[in-house]
Design a binder for this molecule. Structure first.
Ligand code: UDX
Length: 448
């Protein structure tokens, strides 16, 4: 099928690349000419495992192209995937202006039937507004629009894997024909008939993805409901970790046993310095705002948000207790991204942490395998260096992201170079017994 993807951000590039990889002909458009020039030159502006190879292979086969010409791309595509950003407004609600603007252009430029797929995360009832905008602004074009909500559940860092091997594909539709067309688009993935870029030796056997057809409103709700529930689970684990610290207990033992109960499940119970990234915090806020507007009290979620906001303060309190005065102390940060295997620092715990440490007069050095340049733009006063230089003469070292490579550091060398061998592990990445054996003063989250 000929597919147009509007928006070349994380979701757009992964969607476009993967749909091309399973056999469709995809045009990805963006209103940022610099981005299009870079993509045409083969440069992928985000760090995402497998994505570069996927896109390069599809370009070679002529199944994907990049363009700044939105009207032509709209006319070409049988299905148009809207993957534009919906950033948070001051009041926590999602800013839908990009969707609105794209809708009006689609309405004006389309001829013939178009399947318009809303993939950006949006509040419930956006599909209805989108449909109305298409009808109102497209009344002269004679085009016919079918609106579909098709939320994206991919995680940064494993986005290609998640797209190719989803647990479920949810489509919110108004009629059978739209559900059928969506089924056709996803047929290779649903039937597992594609050459997998993640498993070149063959995909592991497993259940095929569920294909769920719902109303548009339900589909939109599903996405917010999932992300908010994940946030709730993390905050729950983080408060449990606080309890473990105060009353004695080991959060890992507690959550491990909890996870063995299939009603709870083992995932998203990892305690740490809080959730970040562009989705969880923003979707949680948007869901709370949406509930408030609908007259429903979802303060349960607001608490999850409060617990999360408090994480950095709690972490800092531990650092202050150990270092006493932060002014003039040298503190090293290992990890800047909001989680490992991404280059994304949006709403990363590191940002808040750096801001507060600097405000207290600490002198900072930081290392991250992917995000040092990006962080330098916001914090030029931090010195960026390799992990050993970050540790050199430091009064304390903070593990802020759970990059695997930090486990493999020569920790004896780190210990010897530090002014004081003090490590605060905000991700419970290292083994407390080993660290103490090595002579570190070591503190982690919710572990004795
Ligand atoms: C999330 C959702 O998982 C995904 O389905 C949705 O499409 C987009 O939002 P992502 O933002 O890539 O994906 O990150 P995710 O892996 O969910 O992690 C979010 C944050 O929670 C990270 O900061 C991570 O470190 C933190 N986290 C995650 C925990 O602190 N503990 C956990 O147990 C899991």
């Amino acid at each position: 099928m000929k597919i147009t993807v509007i928006g070349c951000g994380y979701v757009g590039l992964v969607t476009g690349g993967c749909l091309a990889a399973v056999g469709h002909h995809v045009t990805c458009v963006d209103n940022d000419p610099k981005k299009i020039i870079a993509l045409e030159a083969g440069h992928i502006p985000i760090y995402e495992l497998h994505l570069e190879e996927v896109i390069a292979a599809c370009r070679k086969d002529g199944r994907i192209k990049f363009s700044g010409d939105l009207p032509s791309a709209i006319q070409e595509g049988e299905a148009i995937f809207i993957c534009v950003g919906t950033p948070p407004l001051e009041n926590g609600e999602a800013d839908l202006s990009a969707i609105d603007s794209v809708a009006r252009i689609i309405a004006a430029e389309a001829h013939g039937p178009k399947l318009v797929v809303e993939k950006s995360t949006v509040p419930v009832q956006t599909g209805q507004q989108l449909k109305r905008a298409l009808e109102v602004y497209g009344r002269k074009s004679g085009a016919h629009f079918r609106v579909v909500s098709n939320p994206e559940f991919l995680r940064e860092g494993t986005a290609v894997l998640d797209f190719m091997h989803p647990d479920r594909i949810v489509v919110g539709v108004e009629d059978e024909a739209a559900a059928k067309q969506m089924r056709e688009i996803y047929a290779p993935i649903l039937d597992r008939k594609f050459k997998c870029p993640v498993h070149p030796q063959g995909c592991p056997a497993g259940e095929k993805p569920h294909y769920l057809v719902t109303t548009i409103n339900s589909s939109e709700l599903i996405k917010h409901a999932c992300n908010s529930f994940l946030a709730l689970k993390i905050s729950y684990a983080n408060v449990l970790a606080d309890l473990c610290e105060r009353l004695g207990g080991n959060i890992e033992e507690v959550t491990r046993a909890m996870g063995m109960d299939p009603r709870i499940g083992p995932f998203f119970l990892k305690a740490g310095i809080g959730f970040g990234g562009f989705c969880l915090p923003k979707d949680l806020q948007a869901f709370v705002a949406l509930a408030r507007r609908a007259g429903v009290d979802f303060s349960l979620l607001r608490e999850a948000e409060n617990v999360n906001k408090d994480r950095i303060e709690q972490f800092l309190a531990k650092i202050r207790r150990a270092l006493w005065v932060l002014k003039g102390k040298q503190v090293g940060l290992l990890g800047l991204t909001f989680k490992a295997n991404t280059d994304d620092i949006r709403f990363a715990p590191s940002i808040d942490l750096i801001r507060k440490l600097l405000a207290e007069g600490a002198s900072l050095r930081a290392y991250d395998p992917e995000a040092m340049e990006r962080t330098r733009e916001t914090f030029p006063q931090v010195r960026y260096a390799d992990p050993y230089e970050v540790a050199d003469k430091a009064d304390a070292l903070l593990i802020v992201t759970e990059w695997e490579e930090f486990k493999k550091l020569d920790w004896a060398r780190v210990r010897d170079s530090m002014m004081r061998p003090l490590v605060f592990d905000g991700r419970n990445l290292l083994d407390p017994a080993k660290m103490r054996e090595l002579g570190f003063e070591y503190q982690s989250i919710g572990r004795p």
